[in-house]
Design a protein around this ligand. Structure first.
Ligand SMILES: [Fe+2]
Ligand SMILES: [Fe+2]
Length: 334
């Protein structure tokens, strides 16, 4: 009914070929791989701009995965049943795993993980603004799974075909797990919206608060997204922000109907001519405020992350001591 299969984005027949403006600093082999829709691998020659763009994007993505553990982690101790708690723990753990795949992918580009974390902790690198909103009720866990993981899937499925091999391959597994996350969120909301009047109101309130921030997850409108064209030419990005946002709305409106919940936008209606749902204007001033650090939970999320990192110092020390001991041992044996 609301399946996010992996065939839709990017696989559509008749997709327009990407524009390929030739640039002077591109190694010939790189240009050929991109023109051929092939994969660039870590040891391949690549333009410095391509490498830098990928490091920035992958790091930002990795940071979002691990910061994203916090709003839901907030509810692990208060999940309404043991079953719900087990599912939520597994979900939050998946997000940690996504962060790890992605930091590893950034390392294949020569980035240093400790340095990336340092940039996150000092505010020099960003993470998705959606995680700066609070989780006020249990229904928020449902809304995050349904809408936030749902938007993540729409954003990330095309990345399975990203021109950089390690990033593309990491996304295949991440998307499968995100699909599970989206379904568990839907199921939480479905249960609430078919429960007592109070539970249904709680589900509706969560959807009311998370709907617009979810739409903002796709980034600024195309006219206002200066780096998109270059990313598309390099095969990093496959669809524009507005195209992905429209795809998400089209996927989500029928799901809201199935849930018996209303999306907080009176302008949503099917447009026969376009073959898409129309929707209202997004107030991007709010997004830019949250990006600037003025969201409801920015300071709290970052402080929590830094503390977790500091508290984990002994684990990192123990792990490197163990690794050093192991390699000394195997050298001794040799
Ligand atoms: Fe994730
Ligand atoms: Fe997820």
């Amino acid at each position: 009914m609301y399946g996010n299969d992996f065939s839709a984005p990017g696989e559509a027949p008749g997709e327009a070929p990407r524009p390929r403006p030739a640039t002077a600093d591109e190694p010939v082999s790189f240009a050929a791989v991109i023109a051929d829709d092939g994969r660039v691998e870590p040891r391949d020659e690549m333009p410095e701009g391509y490498r830098r763009t990928l490091v920035r994007q992958i790091a930002q993505h990795a940071h979002s995965e691990i910061i994203g553990m916090q709003p839901e982690g907030n509810w692990i101790s208060r999940a309404p049943s043991l079953r719900r708690k087990a599912i939520l723990m597994a979900k939050v753990q998946d997000e940690a795993g996504h962060g790890l795949y992605l930091y590893a992918a950034a390392e294949t580009l020569g980035a240093d993980r400790a340095d990336l974390l340092d940039q996150l902790h000092s505010g020099r690198q960003k993470y998705s603004s959606i995680f700066n909103y609070p989780t006020l009720t249990w229904a928020d866990v449902g809304a995050i799974g349904w809408l936030v993981d749902g938007a993540a899937i729409v954003n990330q499925v095309p990345l399975c075909r990203c021109s950089y091999g390690p990033y593309a391959r990491a996304m295949v597994r991440v998307c499968k797990e995100e699909s599970f996350h989206q379904r568990q969120g839907f199921e939480i909301l479905h249960t609430l919206s078919h429960g007592t009047a109070e539970q249904k109101a709680m589900a509706q309130d969560a959807v009311d608060r998370y709907w617009w921030p979810s739409l903002m997850m796709f980034g600024p409108p195309d006219d206002d997204s200066p780096n998109s064209a270059q990313s598309m030419a390099w095969g990093i990005k496959r669809f524009s922000n507005d195209d992905l946002r429209q795809r998400f709305v089209d996927m989500t409106v029928p799901q809201a109907e199935a849930l018996g919940l209303t999306l907080p936008d009176p302008e949503i209606r099917w447009n026969e001519e376009r073959g898409h749902y129309d929707f209202g204007d997004i107030d991007f001033t709010e997004l830019f405020e949250v990006i600037k650090g003025n969201g409801p939970c920015n300071a709290q999320r970052l402080a929590h992350r830094v503390k977790a990192h500091d508290d984990g110092a002994w684990v990192r020390e123990a792990a490197s001591a163990y690794a050093a001991k192991q390699s000394a041992r195997s050298e001794g044996a040799a």
